[in-house]
Structures are given as structure tokens and as C-alpha cells.
Design a protein around this ligand. Structure first.
Ligand code: FES
Length: 656
């Protein structure tokens, strides 16, 4: 029971209902809007009436006129006073920790709980008789109204403070970071602030811009990592720094400049000013993490792969050269180990293996695969040096994923004919209109997901053996198999350019996938697990691989195919979660501390698992779930069951 005359906002708060407010109950922000439910609620024996609230006064009328008309029975809870029995709905957008809904049911929703909060404050005009400085008076007001004791102020704010107070007629909106530091002050009332989640990949950098007061994603952009000119893959960039130690700073400048360009792009797209961005979260692999922070990555180039720092960092944007609000903060997610970085930590936050009962395997497939295995009881992580083959490098017709790159491949099991599709067109190569559709860019090469499908399909069609040898004996059957020195090559496309898969290409893919699988096996061993229940493939490349072909190749362990999914840009999603819900920062820091790290380079069994995994899909592991849905190709070595269930021998393949 509340005495008549109690403000609804006060009543709600005393009941523990988290109603939002930026203006401190002045009727300015509209964040405390609630709905008076009118009717008889017999369950509670309540007759709720609109008249049981005080009539709308001047503040609500002005709010309706100047900002947004209040619909029928909608009230500002800071203004409406209780005058009888009431049932009140608090809409989601008025709740302080409202949910940011994630698309899939398997994930928890994120509770909006940002590190920056806005507060509208009014001060008495300066007075000759009052010697206290404006900043101290601001501290006092914030403490009095919002219980923000012990505040300090970013030095970048001070030069603007007095002007802001006078321009705003002694009313200012103050942005406070983590209830402890004033990071921005604007004249008058302001109801918005922005934040940015950045994922620094070795090939691309992605940024996601959010409205911190609503959790809305306003823009997402990406650029190629401009460090590429120092080396396509991570290790070549580290080698560059090893040879030119002074170049470390240059690589840092280049990546920071790239991020600044990206910030300008996403700000333009969302029609905001970069100076309105107050909080940033950053994820990246260890080498990108170090270079972004201005730390030389040379120690990460060889054993024992020592990180300069593995803990999460809270830094100032200006110290990192970011052109956003001068007081903005940057939270860098923690690294897991020398080769398992803040991107993997963000991936864990996004995919939540640490919260689930079932055993998850989460893999970021890049030049260095980052692998996390486990569930809510125990987690393990390692990385595996897959090399650049999955990104199309070291593949004879390999190219980066761009228009014209073959990304999907099918090989006819009888005729060995090939159909494919390329990035930039939805049509298959045997669809009418394909030639016209790709005319602008042509068929130029094969990207990472394309080479995975090509090799897997070649295996399923019997073009290559379990050992990965292209069967030259099939040259009599198909013109696509052509001699190439002492080996054979498979022709995917003959046009302006000839796109082929050579024996060496198959070897490169075998080496890459064997390294990844050997890493997975080490983690399974350490965890004492034989079967994973859920697999997520993350990263720019991983999220484009068809799970079926990844499993056919033996890139990932046997699992129900419908439990294998792309995780999309999980590192970017994780960075966004850390941006929108600061409580997850402590969560991921604690989780990362508990993850058991395994260094593949010093594990004696790595080599053994690697050799077994060179076979397709694997020499020892039989992949029963996979081959219950996919026909095992004919092979000269393995007995298979005929339709009658009796074992029979496959025909012998001829090899050259
Ligand atoms: Fe701002 Fe009510 S708290 S309008």
C-alpha cells in the first residue's frame, strides 16, 4: 500500500521494479513511461482506473507537445501520482535492464546493462557568494540525485564543462562510465549515446554500432585489414616485424587508422557523429590484439608464445588514437592463451558453451584455428596451425572470397561432371543465364569454402582416394582428369581462365584439416570425451563452410549433422554482448581464467593424430553418423555393406 500522492516511479522502485530514467524525474526523457491498465482485475481484487492517477500536469503536457504524444493511459511514472488502486504495465523499453533479444532460442537474451549511463542534472546558476567550483557542484548533484559517490572526471571533459552548463541554462546531460567517471557533458537534455563493438581479424576488421540507450544495432561495417600489405597471414606479419623491429609501430598505426576509417563509415551510415561514441569493446586474435595495443607481436611468433598481457583491459580511446569522444573508454576482451585470443573469448561469450550441459566444440577456422571444447563443468582450448590454405592461399587457383570466386561445387558421381556457383551470383553454372550473370566479374578462382567443397566432392565421387590421391585411372572416363607432371589434376572450369584442383592443392587442404582435427583430438583426449554434441564453426571463413563438407573432409569430428552450424561472426557478436551487458565482462574474464589451455606444439600425440587425420575423413575415426546420411565412396581398402547388409568388396581403383 502506498499513500495517495506517491509518484508511480517511486512506488515501482520501492517494489524493486527497474524503471528507467535519464532526467531524474523531471518529465523530460520519457524513459519512465508506463501504461495504466484499466479494468477489474478480480484475481487481485483491484479495480484499476485511469482516474486513480493524478491528472496529467504541465510536465506531461509539455512532454506530449515537445517530444512525443503520450497515448491514452500512457503516463510518465515520475509525474503521475497514485490516487487509488492501480494495475500498471511497464513496457520493455521503460525497463532499465530490458532484454536485447537474440534470434535463436538456444541463446539467452542479453540484458541491456551498458557501462555508460546518462543523467540530466540541473545546477543553481553560479553565485558570487558560492565559492565551490562548477565540477564540485556537479559531483554533489549527481551524488544527491543518483547516489554516485566518489566520482572523478575525465580531463577531456573539463575544458567544456563551464560552457556546457551556461549553454544549457545550467542544465546538462552527463555521461557517467561505470558509476565512477564523468566521460562527457552536453548542454541541456540528451537521450542518446552510442557504442561500438570491433572485431579485428587478420583479413577483415568489422565494427558494429549500437545505441547504448536502446540496444539497437544502428550500423555494421567492415574493411579489409590494411595490414595485409605487410603480409597476407599473421605469421608473415610477425616475420616482417622480426626483420624490421621498427615496423611494429607502423603496423599499429595502420590498423588504428583503418579502424578510424571504419568508425567514420559506420557513423555516416547511422547519421551520427563519431564524437557521440562513448564506449568501445574490442576482440581480436593475439597478434591483432597486440598490434592494436601498440605491443610488438614478436614474442608470439615462436614458443613459448608469451603474451604481454592476457587479462581484459580498460583503456581510454584517445590513448589508442581512436577518433571518437575524447573521454570514451575501450574494453579489450581477455586473451585465452598465446595463440587463442580475445576473439576466441568473444566467441565463447557469443556461443555460450560455458553455460550449457551438452558438450560443444567451437572452432574459428582461420590461418590459425582457435578451438574451444567443453560445457558448463569444464572448458578446454587450443589453437592449431592450419596455415593459409583455407583462405585460398597456397592453392593453385585460390583467391580470397570475392565476386567471381567458386564457392559451391558438386561433382556427378557417375559422369564426374562439375556444377558450381560463384560469389556474386545465386545461379549454378548449369542454370540458364549463368554466363550473363557472371559476365561482369567472370569466374576467377576458388575461395576457401569452394576448395573444401571441391575436395570433399572429389572424394565422394571417387576422384580422390582416402589418402587424397587423385585417381589418374579415371582419365579414361572423364576429360576433367588431366596429367600434371607426375600427378593428376582435376579441371573444375574451362573458360577464360582454367580453374583446377591439383594434387598439391589436395595436399595443402589435407595438411590444414589434419592440423585442425589433431588439435580437436588433443582437446577430446584431455577432456576424456569421445563424442561432441554440438559444433559451431565461426569466423569469416568457418561460417561459410557447409558443415556436411567440413565433416566429409574430416575437418571436424563426427556429430549429428543438424547439430553442426555456422556461428557467423561470433567474435563480433561476443564483442557486442560485452558492449551491451557489462556484467558479461566479469563473466568472460572468470571463464577465460578457468579454461584449461593446451599447447599443441608440445603435445607428443599431436603428430600421431595429425598423420591419422591426413586421410579423408580419417584413418582411425570411422564417422558413423556422417556415413549414415552420406554414401561412403567406393574404395579399394574398406569393406562396405551392400543393400543386403552383407559386406562386399569395392572395385579396385587404379592409381597412377
Ligand atoms: Fe524522465 Fe520521467 S524520469 S520523464
Amino acid at each position: 500500500m502506498f499513500p495517495h500522492g506517491t509518484a508511480l516511479l517511486d512506488a515501482a522502485r520501492s517494489l524493486g521494479v527497474d524503471v528507467d530514467s535519464v532526467c531524474g524525474g523531471r518529465g523530460l526523457c520519457g524513459r519512465c513511461r508506463v501504461i495504466c491498465a484499466v479494468g477489474d482485475f478480480s484475481k487481485h481484487a483491484i479495480h484499476s482506473r485511469a482516474e486513480h492517477l493524478s491528472p496529467a500536469g504541465e510536465a506531461e503536457n509539455q512532454f506530449s507537445e515537445r517530444r512525443r504524444p503520450l497515448e491514452e493511459n500512457h503516463r510518465l511514472s515520475c509525474q503521475a501520482l497514485i490516487q487509488g488502486d492501480l494495475v500498471i504495465d511497464v513496457p520493455a523499453e521503460s525497463q532499465m535492464h530490458r532484454q536485447v533479444v537474440r534470434k535463436k532460442a538456444e541463446y539467452r537474451d542479453i540484458s541491456l546493462n551498458t557501462s555508460v549511463r546518462l543523467h540530466v542534472v540541473e545546477l543553481q546558476p553560479a553565485d558570487l557568494r558560492e565559492a565551490t567550483g562548477d565540477l564540485q557542484r556537479l559531483y554533489d548533484a549527481l551524488n544527491q540525485e543518483w547516489q554516485l559517490a566518489g566520482l572523478d572526471c575525465d580531463p577531456a571533459v573539463l575544458p567544456h564543462l563551464q560552457r556546457a552548463l551556461r549553454e544549457g541554462g545550467w542544465q546538462v546531460t552527463v555521461a557517467v562510465h561505470d558509476r565512477s567517471r564523468i566521460v562527457a557533458v552536453w548542454p541541456g537534455f540528451r537521450n542518446y549515446a552510442y557504442g561500438l563493438a570491433i572485431d579485428i581479424g587478420s583479413t577483415t576488421i568489422a565494427a558494429h554500432l549500437y545505441n547504448l540507450t536502446t540496444g539497437e544495432n544502428l550500423a555494421t561495417g567492415g574493411i579489409m585489414n590494411p595490414q595485409i600489405r605487410f603480409g597476407e597471414d599473421l605469421m608473415s606479419r610477425v616475420s616482417y616485424v622480426l626483420m624490421h623491429p621498427e615496423a611494429s609501430d607502423e603496423l599499429t598505426d595502420v590498423v588504428r587508422n583503418g579502424i578510424n576509417e571504419l568508425i567514420a563509415d559506420v557513423s555516416r551510415e547511422a547519421d551520427i557523429e563519431p564524437v557521440e561514441i562513448l564506449d568501445v569493446t574490442v576482440a581480436g586474435n593475439p597478434i591483432m590484439h597486440h598490434l592494436f595495443l601498440g605491443i610488438s607481436p614478436v614474442e608470439l611468433g615462436g614458443a613459448p608464445f608469451a603474451l604481454a598481457t592476457d587479462g581484459a583491459l580498460n583503456l581510454r580511446a584517445r590513448d589508442l588514437g581512436l577518433r571518437i569522444n575524447a573521454g570514451a573508454t575501450v574494453y579489450v576482451l581477455p586473451c585465452i592463451a598465446g595463440h587463442v585470443g580475445a576473439d576466441a573469448a568473444a566467441m565463447v561469450l557469443a556461443e555460450e558453451p560455458h553455460l550449457l550441459e551438452e558438450i560443444s566444440l567451437v572452432v574459428d577456422v582461420g590461418t590459425n584455428a582457435e578451438i574451444v571444447l567443453g560445457n558448463r563443468d569444464r572448458m578446454f582450448a587450443c589453437s592449431s596451425p592450419t596455415g593459409p590454405a583455407f583462405e585460398g592461399a597456397q592453392i593453385s587457383c585460390g583467391q580470397r572470397a570475392a565476386a567471381g570466386a567458386i564457392e559451391r561445387v558438386r561433382v556427378d558421381r557417375e559422369t564426374l561432371d562439375v556444377r558450381f556457383s560463384v560469389i556474386g551470383s545465386d545461379l549454378w553454372s548449369d542454370d540458364p543465364g549463368f554466363a550473363e550473370a557472371v559476365q561482369a566479374f567472370g569466374v576467377t578462382g576458388i575461395c576457401g569454402s569452394g576448395i573444401i567443397e571441391a575436395v570433399a566432392e572429389m572424394y565422394l565421387a571417387g576422384v580422390i582416394s582416402e589418402d587424397g590421391v587423385i585417381d589418374g585411372g579415371l582419365a579414361e572416363r572423364s576429360k576433367r582428369i588431366v596429367p600434371d607432371d607426375r600427378t593428376w589434376t582435376f579441371v573444375l572450369y574451362e573458360g577464360q581462365q582454367r580453374i583446377v584442383v591439383t594434387q598439391n592443392d589436395v595436399r595443402q587442404i589435407q595438411l590444414a584439416k589434419a592440423a585442425l582435427y589433431a588439435g580437436v583430438k588433443l582437446l577430446l583426449d584431455r577432456a576424456g570425451i569421445e563424442q561432441v554434441e554440438r559444433i559451431r564453426l565461426a569466423g569469416a571463413f568457418g561460417s561459410h563452410i557447409d558443415p556436411l563438407y567440413a565433416m566429409v573432409l574430416g575437418l571436424i569430428p563426427d556429430c549429428d549433422l543438424d547439430a553442426v552450424e555456422s556461428a557467423g561472426n561470433a567474435a563480433g557478436t561476443g564483442a557486442a554482448i560485452a558492449l551491451l551487458d557489462t556484467s558479461t565482462r566479469a563473466e568472460i574474464e572468470a571463464t577465460v581464467r578457468d579454461i584449461e589451455k593446451i599447447e599443441t606444439a608440445v603435445e607428443p600425440k599431436f603428430q600421431e593424430y595429425f598423420v591419422d587425420a591426413m586421410a579423408i575423413p580419417n584413418k582411425n575415426d570411422t564417422f558413423p553418423k556422417l556415413f549414415s546420411v552420406v554414401t561412403r565412396p567406393q574404395s579399394d581398402t574398406s569393406p562396405v555393406r551392400s543393400n543386403t547388409g552383407r559386406p562386399r568388396r569395392r572395385r579396385r581403383q587404379r592409381t597412377r
